[in-house]
Design a protein around this ligand. Structure first.
Ligand code: 6GU
Length: 236
């Protein structure tokens, strides 16, 4: 999978060399390329923003540098098999199903806006060349799309075949079954007076599976009842 990131803060993305994604990059499972939007400016101050039409607080990113950046990545005149993601608190919610869907796409472009956003014509314009998605991590505000992009790239990247060594570890986690994950334990059997639940040491795989499912449902009901179908969430 190829992932392009357009940003005015390329240094944010240094962390993509670390850990699982770093290894995936070195093994060419993920081709991650970071582009400095300011390289697409032509004035002495490398200006990327301006005041909003209609007034109001803050600055808006001007369309011209974005146009040039996209021309280089997704040339005009063809339809690209790519998804362009605009991280934005005004976007659709990023979820595990969306991560799974985006892990199937051969090419992703993350357009990291800052300030009060990017001139709305940019997304409209690029929609003629690729699929465009405005995506939000949740109901809170970050200063820009960089941290949000990194979260999405990690969630998507780990679903690309080969990135996570043991694919079975992808199946049993929170959100994959629409439930939160059951609690996990390792040795020692007793730690500071706290004992590992007996059933997990029983060797009875049926009983263990049933216990884990019960725990997952109970935890989901307690902290995320919104994930359960209405009839299962009754005991809020
Ligand atoms: Cl994707 N971007 C920004 N700037 N803030 C956010 C977000 C994204 N998701 C939640 N808050």
């Amino acid at each position: 999978m190829r992932v392009d990131i357009i940003t005015i803060f390329p240094e944010f993305f240094g962390v993509l060399d670390v850990s699982l994604l770093g290894r995936a990059r070195r093994e060419s499972l993920l081709d991650l390329r970071v582009h400095d939007l300011r390289d697409c400016t032509h004035d002495r101050h490398r200006t990327v923003d301006d005041t909003p039409y209609g007034g109001g607080a803050g600055m808006v990113m001007r369309p011209e540098p974005w146009g040039e950046a996209f021309d280089a990545l997704l040339p005009e005149g063809e339809q690209h098999d790519a998804v362009v993601v605009f991280p934005s608190p005004a976007g659709v919610r990023f979820t595990q199903p969306l991560a799974r869907e985006l892990a199937q796409v051969p090419r992703l472009v993350f357009a990291c806006g800052r300030y009060e956003g990017i001139d709305a014509r940019v997304a409209q314009h690029i929609a003629g060349r690729a699929r465009v998605l405005e995506v939000s991590l949740g109901d809170y505000v970050l200063n820009g799309g960089e941290v949000a992009s990194m979260a999405m790239i990690e969630a998507i990247g780990r679903l690309v075949p080969g990135v996570v060594g043991n694919p079975e570890s992808l199946v049993e986690e929170s959100h994959e079954a629409g439930l939160l994950e059951h609690p996990s334990y390792t040795k020692p059997q007793v730690w500071r007076g706290l004992e590992v639940p007996e059933v997990l040491r029983s060797g009875n795989h049926g009983a263990i599976a049933a216990w884990r499912r019960e725990q997952a449902i109970e935890r989901t009901r307690r902290v995320r009842p919104d994930l359960l179908p209405p009839e299962a969430a009754e005991a809020r």
